[in-house]
Design a protein around this ligand. Structure first.
Ligand code: AP5
Ligand code: MG
Length: 281
């Protein structure tokens, strides 16, 4: 599976990428993470990117394109990958098309996570709180001021990709306002629908499966109990066939009801009616 996750800062790209990586055993390629690692390591790319990232602007296209190009050549790419945060501009998307073409790799889909802007600040603040609680260093660009600049970059430079991929029939939009779990389920569902993953992989969670298993014996028992009136009604139908047309109709009707498993009472009634009529005769 080869996938791009598209969405504004805080939309949940990283969160969903990690969940998909875990489920489908593929690799997450986050340009943001790679750049942060380069900044931390003080590499030439890191030194170039540091201030740009801190300001909420985008790192030059050629820098991120060369990072992705090198990464796509690594052997662990063969099972598939999720691009999280790349491409972010139309030139990056065009460069990726060329790279994939040269490497004979087909992109399955671009999943756009659509989230109301009003929710983004809250999510980023939550992330800051969570990182602090874990004793991790907070991202320098996770402030309300820088977030608004990142959002502005997204609107002007990244949003045109929605049209770019929609024209190429690659775009799938998911409501990113749902819970994390629901968003994952929805992504898996649409990936299965387009044949990018086995339907089995998009199947319900283990807990749901367990619930279904426990439900089975109960259902069996119900069917067994329901079988009795159903059989009685069928018998009634047989008996009635010897009698009047009306009785036959009643018995057939009730037989059908009982067949639906909840017609215990109906079946009894039918038997009683037939017995009464027979007694009259
Ligand atoms: P990058 O690291 O890619 O940041 P971003 O795009 O701004 O996105 P975020 O990582 O902030 O958000 P996310 O969508 O991953 O959300 P997350 O899952 O963490 O880029 C950083 C910088 O690097 C850029 O500004 C740029 O300078 C540079 N850069 C990177 N790539 C580049 C490129 N290609 N070209 C040029 N420059 C580039 O979720 C956020 C929070 O919300 C978490 O706390 C999470 O738990 C929570 N959350 C997630 N989903 C939900 C949900 N459904 N409901 C409730 N909470 C949720
Ligand atoms: Mg991220």
């Amino acid at each position: 599976m080869r996938l791009i996750l598209l969405g504004p800062p805080g939309a949940g790209k990283g969160t969903q990428a990690q969940r998909l990586v875990h489920k489908h055993h593929i690799v997450q390629l986050s340009t943001g993470e790679m750049l942060r690692a380069a900044v931390a390591a003080g590499t030439p790319i890191g030194l170039q990117a540091k201030d740009i990232m801190a300001s909420g602007a985008l790192v030059p296209d050629e820098v991120v394109i060369s990072i992705i190009s090198d990464r796509l050549d690594q052997p662990d790419m063969k099972n598939g990958f999720i691009l999280d945060g790349f491409p972010r501009t139309v030139p990056q998307a065009a460069a990726l098309d060329d790279l994939l073409k040269k490497k004979h790799i087909k992109l399955d889909a671009v999943v756009e996570l659509r989230v109301n802007e009003s929710a983004l600040l809250n999510r980023v603040e939550t992330r800051v709180a969570e990182m602090r609680a874990r004793g991790e260093e907070v991202r320098i660009d996770d402030t309300p001021e820088v977030l608004s600049k990142r959002l502005a970059s997204y609107r002007t430079l990244t949003e045109p990709l929605i049209h770019y991929y929609s024209e190429r029939r690659k775009l799938l939009t998911v409501d990113g306002m749902m819970t994390i779990e629901h968003v994952t389920r929805e992504i898996n569902r649409i990936l299965a629908a387009i044949g990018a993953v086995e339907p089995k992989a998009a199947a319900p969670k283990r807990a749901e499966m367990a619930a279904r298993k426990t439900a089975k014996p109960v259902a069996k028992k119900a069917a067994k109990t329901a079988g009795k009136p159903a059989r009685a009604a069928a018998k009634a139908g047989k008996v009635a066939s010897k009698g009047s047309k009306k009785a036959k109709k009643t018995a057939r009707k009730t037989g059908k009801k009982a067949g639906r498993t909840i017609a215990k009472r109906g079946a009894k009634k039918a038997s009683k009616k037939v017995t009464k009529r027979r007694a009259k005769r």
